[in-house]
Design a protein around this ligand. Sequence first.
Ligand SMILES: C[S@@+](CC[C@H](N)C(=O)[O-])C[C@H]1O[C@@H](n2cnc3c(N)ncnc32)[C@H](O)[C@@H]1O
Length: 311
Amino acid sequence: MRDAHPAVVHVHRRYVAGGRDARPYGGAVLDRYARAAPGWAAGAAHVYGPLARALVDAAPHPLAGRRVLDAGAGTGLAGDALTTAGARPVALDVSAPMLTAVPGDQPRVVGSVLALPLADAAMDDAVAAFVLNHVHAPVAALAELARVVRPDGAVLATVMSAGNSSPVRDRIDVVARAHGFTPPDWYAELTGEQAPLLGSADRMARAAHEAGLVAVRVEEAPADLGLTDPAALVDYRLGQAQFADWLAGLDPRTRSAIRAEALAAVAPGMEPYRPGVVQLTAQVPGDPVDPGADAAWRVRRPAGADTGGRR
Ligand SMILES: C[S@@+](CC[C@H](N)C(=O)[O-])C[C@H]1O[C@@H](n2cnc3c(N)ncnc32)[C@H](O)[C@@H]1O
């Protein structure tokens, strides 16, 4: 099955066991990012671009020449960083419209990180930039990443720290609300239920261990993005997916007026934007000499995922 965009391949539509993540992916599920691609690529990238580069730079080995899964790729910001590092990224996302904005000729696959349509050990490494905070079963998602990465390969992931706050960024939300913006229901699910599951160094480290990963290192710190330009902060914030449907329903003149008002609200007392980020670097266990001697080498698969592979 092919998308209207010829480079986007719908490989699978599968049902995944696992509580409220038990939904079909590949079209029938609510696509939170269906209209977010333009704003993401032009605005949110001010924040997520540098964070993707930092994640790729944290790899425990050189990535040049390696095939690396970019899970939850969005518009391909981590893929850009991977390409710069000489790697060969494969972009995967539940949102076909986001994938259509991925530049270059890298493979694009519509699918879920909870049921990756990839064979066991098909990838050399995997990155998951700000996608594991979108599921109710992050351990299962990490285990899926571990399953598709070959032994000794890296699994790299980021999420925002729970409880991140930014008074200057909040001023943008105040302006949007004054113009009639109300967050979509999924945003409350994301911020209230899903994001906190991995939103601290402890939780991320525990999840990585439960998923069977080794060499687990987790850092939680404010990210120095060098973002001091009020316009970049406004475009980042209004480029996030929760605003996309609302902004798409406004006429261009109203959108411009809201952006100008947000800029005027942010500029006085603008501080560098430094969001707290939880960053994981880990590895898939190497091939054991004697599997019986180290039961921990086995990577747990999410219940119900039909991987059809060797583990
Ligand atoms: C916050 S954006 C991050 C995009 C990109 N990784 C970046 O850093 O710019 C989250 C992305 O994850 C995707 N996503 C959400 N749930 C997913 C899932 N279960 N499997 C794969 N992708 C998912 C969304 O469609 C969206 O493109």
